[in-house]
Design a binder for this molecule. Structure first.
Ligand code: HPA
Ligand code: ZN
Length: 329
């Protein structure tokens, strides 16, 4: 039932979506030994979220040129299109793409956009970018990242976020970067309420003025906050498979996404770093249908919520909304 549904993904880390075989291929070409980040079956191997971040950064070491990011973008979008994704927003970090140098970042971005245009011509999938500093790299680097974001803000770089270790620092440490991004016309999101509790969600909304929250699922521990999110229309980028793979919840039925949806929160569904978490958008939909008895009507609501929450321009949004309407007609 869920296979053929058109899907919208708003929370995807580009490097985190790299198939392990793709990263192994790049490592072999560059004569790098990164065998330690894979298990015997060739999957990424890590023991917890913090180790995951290290493995992620080690895999990213193999991506050294704009050409590598061109190939990565094609590989990722091929997988997404195969899952039925018609529109996707991906997190991009100038830290990994040119070391936060504006000129180098522009070259990486050019290569990524070129790959996205090729994928759109081939499969109809539309991609847009959200620039994200890495929280554990600190607020000073985030300022440089915000300058890269502001310099390239427009019809393709549409948002600004914050990834990395949620336990380090506070959202307000990044207020300068978020203010600069907002002034450049970028829409805002921030990882919170995954490793931090409900207060981390409150802090991100109050101190950074974000309209979407990456994850945000631990809002469920404070029902007054859940009701505030519902009332204000704050959108959650929920990645259930990621939360389960990282041990935040023991299984799909225990995941709070069903309760958040039932209580009126604007819920969207994404994969985060799909091969790391042994998932795809098609698999997320399947598991959710099984766990919560969600039917095509619920998935249509979620897809519509996602399209409305997308950071792209109104014309692009209109096109994806029309695609959803014709699929559900
Ligand atoms: N969460 C936070 N930071 C990240 C992630 C993630 O899943 N992937 C890459 N950076
Ligand atoms: Zn994430």
């Amino acid at each position: 039932m869920t296979d053929t549904l058109p899907k919208i993904e708003l929370h995807l880390h580009l490097e985190g979506a790299a198939p392990p075989a793709f990263i192994r291929g790049l490592a072999a070409e560059k004569k790098m030994d990164i065998s330690g980040i894979f298990d015997a079956r060739g999957n990424y191997s890590y023991i917890d979220f913090w180790h995951f971040l290290k493995v992620y950064e080690a895999a990213t070491e193999t991506l050294k040129t704009p050409g590598d990011y061109h190939r990565l973008t094609r590989a990722v979008l091929e997988e997404s299109a195969a899952s039925g994704v018609i529109y996707c927003e991906t997190f991009l970090s100038p830290d990994f793409c040119g070391g936060r140098d504006v000129g180098a970042w522009q070259e990486y971005l050019h290569a990524i956009r070129e790959a996205a245009e090729e994928a759109e011509r081939q499969d109809g999938i539309v991609l847009r970018g959200i620039v994200t500093p890495i929280r554990h790299f600190g607020p000073e680097k985030a300022k440089e990242t915000a300058i890269c974001a502001a310099e390239t803000a427009g019809d393709w770089i549409v948002g600004f976020g914050l990834a990395g270790d949620e336990k380090i620092g506070k959202p307000k440490d990044f207020a300068w970067a978020f203010d600069a991004a907002r002034e450049a016309g970028l829409r805002l999101t921030c990882h919170a309420g995954e490793w931090g509790g409900p207060d981390s969600v409150r802090d991100a909304i109050r101190d950074l003025g974000v309209e979407r929250i990456g994850h945000g699922v631990r809002a469920i521990e404070d029902l007054a906050l859940v009701d505030e999110l519902a009332e204000h229309g704050t959108v959650l980028e929920v990645c259930p498979g990621s939360n389960i793979a990282l041990g935040l919840y023991p299984g799909w039925r225990q995941h709070p996404v069903g309760r958040l949806f039932d209580r009126g929160v604007k819920v969207t569904i994404s994969t985060d770093d799909p091969p790391f978490f042994h998932t795809t958008m098609a698999r997320e939909y399947e598991r959710l249908a099984d766990a919560f008895d969600w039917d095509a009507g619920v998935f249509a609501t979620i897809a519509r919520t996602s399209a409305e929450a997308a950071f792209c321009d109104p014309a692009t949004k209109d096109t994806i909304l029309k695609k959803l309407e014709s699929a559900h007609a």
